[in-house]
Structures are given as structure tokens and as C-alpha cells.
Design a protein around this ligand. Structure first.
Ligand SMILES: [Zn+2]
Ligand SMILES: [Zn+2]
Length: 389
């Protein structure tokens, strides 16, 4: 089959690779009809996630048609249309029973690698490094889906792929970002990062009762998009000091909730950014936490900071004094997607939200390398690329 492979920093290639096979009685093989490129794929592309190997098949946002199931998979049959969540969960461990699917204790065969870096291991994730299981991803014609009796959601009506594909990651990820931010009716919420995940966090914050959402980014086309969604855009490259602006916009108090939808490759035009670049280049810190620092310092006293942007390892100059003395709550997660599949599909079916609003580009699988490049370099007003194998 054809698949998009990681070939080193800044390089992906569509290659012929072996077809996936059923390896376990709970597996299914899915013929992929739509897949997407995610902002977190860019961290792999840029070489910031350790334990990648040349030839690894990328992609953790995909859906398609079941073509084969293992003997223990009784809830799916060939021909079923499914969306596959990006974290792989066994459904039966302590974490899964507590709906903490992205930290499943059974799905990551390389848990020992992750423990060295993180202390304890999270779940396996498709196409997201050997530390997270080394599972071939879904930017491909076919994928092997482990624990297929637990993970995918069947799409039983004729909703098009583009409305349900993002249940695999970015819609639930934006949703959990807003949920962890503890939003109440009338709250003011600030979201750093107006990319697709930030856009879903904004949409979710409004659905949860936020009165005002302020979105921080530097790309005018993304800020225009979030403005159309009803958010107030702030462009930090226009010489605006973001914490000052947020204070002014909230009567001096600060936003009730702050959501970091940027993560480890934060950018900024200040000396602190140069400091982070230098420390990251010399491997004295793995991640550039500019947004995390700014979100913590901007949040109102007693407020909540929610982290859905991806971090890999260690950060420097963490504002612990601000966090502790001002009674903040800090939460983070890789989304427990399985928990949100049904309720968010219900919302799509009811018409509360049409997730296809994020799509800017449709491409064939063979054009995936071009998709990565324009998404990373923010060319052609690239917001979200959907691939059609
Ligand atoms: Zn993703
Ligand atoms: Zn589990």
C-alpha cells in the first residue's frame, strides 16, 4: 500500500510499504477514506519528538471502512464505516475504566521508553513515535486498528467524512481543552493558538457558556477565521503586550480561563523567545513554553489554565510563584477521545456544530508532503488538510 512516511527532520515521503495484517484477535483492518494532517504532526516533522525512525508511517486522524476483523471483534464487520480515535485504549485497565483512555496501561508496548522521559507511560498513539508504541499511522491506504472492539465509533448514517473525521482528534481535543478550563456561563476565556485545535476550543467554549473568547495568534488569516466564529482576535505581532491587553479587556482582573493550544514550538518576538530557542538548540530544555508562561501569568487569581498544546519533555522558567501564590489550577491532557465520541457525534447529528468548518485543503495521499509544507509554513492560508487515499 501507499503511506506517508517520516524520513527525518523536515522530510516526509509517500512510499510503498507492506499492507497491515491482523496480528491480534481484537484487531481490525480499515481501508482509509479520509485522513488529516495535525498540528502535532508538525512537531514530528520538525524533529522535536524523540524516538522516531526513518520510514515510520505517520497520521493519527483517520476514518474509513472496515475490511477485515479478528475473531474477537464482534461489534464490527466488513463494510462498517468507522472513525478511529488517536489514542489506542484496551478498554479494561484501571485507566480505561476511569475514562482516562489516553493513559491506557495496556496499549503501549514501549512503555519503558516513555517511563524514562515521563515517569509513567501514556497510551499508544498511531504514527506518533516509538515511545508511544511505534504504531503505523493512518496517512495511508490501510491501517491496523488494535482493540477494534473498543476504540472506533461506527458511523451509521450518511454524514459525510468531512463532518465526522475530526472526532478522531481535534474536535474532542478542543472540547476537553474547554472542559478542563472549567468554563461557567458568562466567563471570559483566552485561547493561545488560533489553529484548528484552538478553533475547536473556541467553538467548545462558546457551547459551554463563555460570554467572550479572546484568541491570540500572529497569522491574519487564522485570526480572521476565529473572528468569524465570534472570538476577539489579538495579534501579538502588532506590538501588543498580551498580558496587558488581556488585563485591559477584563476590567483589570484577567481571563477566568486560559487555554494553551500551542505547545512546545511556541513563537514570540521577544528576548525570552531567543532564550528558549537557544536552550532548545543546545538541548538544555526540550520545549519552548512561552505560551504556557504567558497563560499562567495572564490568568485571573483563582482561575484555570488548560493545556492541550503538545509538550514533549522539560520546560524552563516555569512561573511557579505565580501559579502557587495566585491559587491557579493547571490541567493538561492528551484527549481521552473515546469518552467524547458519542456525545460529540450527537452534537454533530443535532447540528450544534459542523466540524468541516476547519478544512482549507483537500488533497490526494500522494500530495501529503506538499500538505505538510504549506501547513507548517502557513502558506496558501492553510488551516487544515484532509487527505484522500
Ligand atoms: Zn491530531
Ligand atoms: Zn486500557
Amino acid at each position: 500500500m501507499r503511506a506517508n512516511c517520516w524520513m527525518g527532520r523536515g522530510k516526509v515521503e509517500v512510499q510503498d510499504v507492506p499492507d497491515p495484517q491482523i496480528l491480534n484477535s481484537h484487531d481490525a483492518i480499515v481501508r482509509i477514506s479520509s485522513a488529516a494532517i495535525c498540528g502535532s504532526d508538525l512537531h514530528l516533522y520538525d524533529g522535536f519528538i524523540p524516538t522516531m525512525k526513518k520510514g515510520d508511517v505517520l497520521g493519527h486522524e483517520f476514518m474509513g471502512e472496515v475490511v477485515e476483523v479478528g475473531p474477537e471483534v464482534r461489534n464490527l464487520r466488513p463494510g462498517d464505516r468507522v472513525v478511529v480515535p488517536f489514542p489506542i485504549a484496551c478498554g479494561h485497565c484501571w485507566a480505561c475504566e476511569n475514562e482516562l483512555f489516553s493513559v491506557c496501561e495496556n496499549s503501549n508496548p514501549n512503555a519503558g521508553m516513555a517511563e524514562k522521559l515521563l515517569g509513567h507511560a501514556p497510551a499508544g498513539i498511531y504514527g506518533y513515535s516509538h515511545m508511544l508504541g511505534g504504531f503505523p499511522g493512518g496517512q495511508a491506504e490501510y491501517a491496523r486498528v488494535p482493540f477494534a472492539d473498543v476504540n472506533p465509533i461506527k458511523i451509521e448514517d450518511d454524514l459525510p467524512d468531512e463532518k465526522v473525521l475530526f472526532l478522531s482528534d481535534i474536535f474532542p481535543t478542543g472540547w476537553i481543552g474547554a472542559e478542563m478550563a472549567d468554563i461557567h456561563d458568562g466567563d471570559v476565556v483566552a485561547v493561545w493558538g488560533a489553529g484548528p485545535v484552538g478553533q475547536f476550543a473556541i467553538a467548545s467554549a462558546f457551547l459551554m457558556g463563555a460570554e467572550r473568547v479572546i484568541a491570540i495568534d500572529r497569522f491574519p488569516y487564522r485570526l480572521r477565521r476565529v473572528e468569524r466564529m465570534g472570538a476577539d482576535p489579538l495579534d501579538y505581532e502588532e506590538g501588543i503586550d498580551i498580558p496587558d491587553a488581556l488585563r485591559d479587556m477584563t476590567g483589570g482582573r484577567g481571563p477566568d480561563s486560559c487555554i494553551d493550544a500551542v505547545g512546545l514550538e511556541a513563537h514570540h518576538a521577544t528576548p525570552m523567545y531567543a532564550y528558549d530557542r537557544a536552550k532548545q538548540a543546545t538541548r538544555l530544555e526540550t520545549d519552548r513554553p512561552f505560551v504556557l508562561r504567558e497563560a499562567i501569568r495572564s490568568c485571573r487569581n483563582g482561575g484555570t489554565v488548560s493545556v492541550i498544546g503538545v509538550y514533549g519533555g522539560f520546560v524552563d522558567k516555569f512561573p511557579m510563584g505565580s501559579f502557587m501564590n495566585r491559587s491557579l489550577t493547571l490541567r493538561g491532557a492528551q484527549c481521552h477521545v473515546q469518552k467524547y465520541l458519542r456525545p460529540l457525534l450527537d452534537r454533530i447529528q443535532r447540528g450544534d456544530i459542523d466540524p468541516s468548518f476547519v478544512i482549507s485543503h483537500h488533497m490526494s495521499l500522494d500530495d501529503t508532503p506538499h500538505g505538510y509544507r504549506i501547513f507548517r509554513d502557513k502558506e496558501e492560508e492553510c488551516n487544515k488538510v484532509v487527505l484522500h487515499p
